[in-house]
Design a protein around this ligand. Structure first.
Ligand code: KIV
Length: 280
């Protein structure tokens, strides 16, 4: 069967044609099916998995095996979207060899099309070793949650010229190292606009204003499924948690008052078979 997946080249062409790219996270088969059917061009199996699915306080505890487990489910659930899997903390920062081996495991064992890494110049050798081996890489700059301790919390990055300049340099370095896309998180819109205009690869924003080539949000935020702190840049598009909670409440109450299961949910044995059972 011909591969229907969008390619890195198709996404680059979208930038050139000024067509916005929609990216959303998914961590499992049914969610990947849903966002793929809805038309998202890319699915990010983010290490936000740690926060919104696994219940950790941050992304640092997420492992390579976690990402491979969830990444492969997202690939099985999707047909058209290009699937990007996050490389978790310490799987690419130690050295370029390690990074290549771990990225290779993700690509081989999940079937995903690309990996994403956080950082710029400090991880550039790792990025080069992956892209030179043929692994498509997405960079992630600005608020990089794997460095939350060093950044002093989840806060806007690049409001001052020194940090803003470093983000621009890092973006250039990622493009030069062969990254095919950059995610910019939680930066002033003016900085995101400059980076988007300067790079020839697509820049996807999250909390980075409307001038990026596309946007990414966490599925659980979009659907109102996450009960933790919600950043200013999140927009909830559907009250899925309310609908789901109502459904579970109704189920429990029908179990308690015996109104579920009804006859139509029940299997019946013939009279003769029942008589035979009772006799024997
Ligand atoms: O892990 C994630 O979901 C991400 C997005 C927030 C960009 O990296």
């Amino acid at each position: 069967m011909a591969d229907k997946r969008l390619t890195t080249l198709a996404l680059k062409e979208m930038k050139q044609k000024n067509e916005k790219i929609a990216m959303i996270t998914a961590y499992d088969y049914p969610t990947a099916q849903l966002v793929d059917e809805a038309g998202a061009e890319t699915i990010l199996v983010g290490d936000s998995l740690g926060n919104v699915v696994l219940g950790y306080k941050d992304t640092l505890s997420v492992t390579l095996d976690d990402m491979i487990h969830h990444g492969s489910a997202a690939v099985r659930g999707s047909e058209r979207a290009l699937v990007i899997v996050d490389m978790p903390f310490l799987t690419y920062q130690v050295n370029a060899e390690d990074a290549l081996r771990n990225a290779g495991r993700i690509i081989q064992q999940t079937g995903a099309q690309a990996v994403k890494v956080e950082g710029g110049l400090e991880i550039i050798d790792a990025v080069k070793s992956m892209t030179q081996t043929g692994i498509p890489v997405v960079g992630h700059l600005g608020l990089t949650p794997q460095s939350v301790g060093q950044l002093g919390g989840y806060r806007v990055q690049g409001r001052d010229p020194t940090v803003a300049r470093k983000i621009i340099e890092d973006a250039f370095a990622l493009e030069a190292a062969g990254a095919f896309m950059v995610v910019l998180e939680c930066v002033p819109w003016q900085l995101a606009k400059i980076v988007t205009e300067k790079l020839s690869i697509p820049v996807i924003g999250i909390g980075a204003g409307k001038f990026c080539d596309g946007q990414v949000l966490v599925y659980h935020d979009v659907m109102g499924l996450y009960t933790g702190k919600r950043p200013k840049f999140v927009k909830q598009y559907a009250p899925a948690r309310d609908v789901m909670l109502k459904g579970v409440h109704e189920y429990i109450s029908e179990v308690k008052d015996s109104s579920f299961p009804e006859e139509r949910h029940t299997y019946t044995m013939s009279e003769e078979a029942l008589a035979g059972l009772l006799e024997g």
